[in-house]
Structures are given as C-alpha cells and as structure tokens.
Design a protein around this ligand. Sequence first.
Ligand code: ATP
Length: 305
Amino acid sequence: MSSSIVLKTSNLTKHYGKIKAVTDMNLSIPEGSVFGILGPNGSGKSTTLGMALGVTTPTSGDFSWFGGEANHQVRKQIGAILERPIFYPAFTAAQNLRITAQIKEVSYDRIEEVLSLVGLNARKDSKFKTYSLGMKQRLAIGAAMIADPKVLILDEPTNGLDPQGIAEIRGIILDIAKSGKTIVLASHLLDEVQKVCNEFCVLRNGRLIHQGPVSETGNTAQAEIEFGAANGKAIELAKELDFVEVLEEQYNGIIRAHLSEGFSAEKLNEIAHSKGLVLDHLVTRRQTLEEKFLEILKNDDSLSK
Ligand code: ATP
C-alpha cells in the first residue's frame, strides 16, 4: 500500500450562481506526500478544501477519503486549519489545548506532545492574547494535530508572518511530514510550495491545470548554466563551441547559456581545461518552480485559445 490515495476528488464542482469557484476538480493526493495546492487568490483553493472537509456543499461531483466515504471516524484522521482558529484570548495555550482535547475526545497527555511539536512548551502558560502571530499559528497547528491525525490540511499557513515565523512554520511542517503524515498545503506562494512540498497542483479560475512532482521542476534537460573565466575569455570559448547557446553575456564577464542535449557543465569544463582555460565560475541552474509555473500558465493559455 505504498501509494494509496488519501483524498480523491471526482469532478468536484462548486458554483455560486454565476461564480464558478471550482469546476470539475479531479485531484489525487498520495499518502505520505506534502502536497501543495498552488494558485492565485480566488482560484478555488479554499473552496476545494472546504468541500473535502464537509464545510461547503458541492454543487456536483464527489470525493473520497482513504478510498471511502468521509464518516465521523474518517474525519478524526484529518486535522485542518482552514481559517484563523478561534482560541480564548484570556486563556493560556495549555488551557486552550485542554478545550481542544475535550472537543476531539483525546487524552490530555497529547497537550504536552503537541506543544513540543510546535515549539511552544516554554510559553504554554502565557495567555493566548500575548502570543505573536507566528506563535498563534503554531498553536493552531498544535491544535490540529491533537488527535494525531493521518492528514494535516493547512490553508495559507504563513500568511502575514515575518521571515523567521515563516521558517518556523516550515520546520514544523517538515517535521510532521517526516513522521509519515500526509500534508496538504494551499498557498499562493511558489517559494513556500517549492521549499516544503514534494507534489503539487496548480489551480486557475477554479480548474486544475497541472498536477505532478515538485522534483520534475529540477529537470536539467533544459538546464541553464553560468560560466566565467578571467579576462572575458568565457565568451571566446562559448563562440568556439557549437553546443553552447549563449543566452546572455553578463556585465561581469559571466555567460548564461543553454547546452545542447547530451552536453553537461563537466564537458564544458573539460574542454576549457584542454584549451588551457581555467573557469573561475561554473553553475548549473535548474528550472525553478516559478519558471515551471509560468510555463504551465503559458501552456494553459494556448489550450484555451
Ligand atoms: P484565497 O486565497 O483568496 O482564499 P482561493 O484560491 O482560496 O483564494 P476561494 O476562496 O476558493 O479561492 O474562492 C474561489 C472563488 O469563489 C472566488 O471568486 C470567490 O470570490 C468565490 N467564492 C468563495 N466563497 C464564496 C461564497 N460563499 N459566495 C460567493 N462566492 C464565493
């Protein structure tokens, strides 16, 4: 059962009158993945998650959790933060989690465990209202994890956080993923998806336009390289070699280029060396998720013409 599907949606659709929030969504989220749902504001991420979590009624279509219907037992396996959760401001973190534990019918022993998971043990007796935004968000993740669910769903988990807060949340997500949980993360931030997810999909105007592994974006077939040598010799070398297609000659004498298929940075280095030329800069740039994303959008445009 190495590749079971945790959540599968079949033509899942939600229209609000004329507003087509989600149309014919066919998603498959593999067990153990950190799955990014990437799309701009209004593309249907929250609506899709809302339907899957039973908060929003679909107009049509279907979905299944762990291959079956989402009954009470199944829902217990899903921890989710859809919007900023409500905690009691005058209660401490530990007191708030006691309430969550009661609602979820789990032992209070879990409170200490989730507090350490989200790094809030030292501040567990501080009132919620004294927490920073990052701490509030970490507490929300802790609350979602209290019943030790198999799946954690996060909608824009780093919204409004500073870089340190973002890094902390990222660390927690990666820790949770390491423990074998499936994580579904909706985000409009490419960087966030690239840094934590191993699988992703792209939504646009309520439709799914791409799903695949994040690692594919490291494809080197169209790899770009950068190289340089003292005294501007890199451009001379590039002109001599017909497998090097110069894309840009940078101000510092560094060349950005595509290599023909079958040629690598090592080959270039070897040839330079055989000509007595020492490269003082040589970098292979893989395609970033941003470039992949733009390519996906471009291809989608051409399909709709
Ligand atoms: P965001 O990150 O801004 O929340 P999103 O990708 O999560 O964006 P949704 O919130 O799912 O997108 O919204 C998709 C579309 O559905 C938007 O056009 C939104 O205005 C519309 N929509 C969502 N909820 C409702 C509602 N209750 N009534 C009417 N339209 C709605």
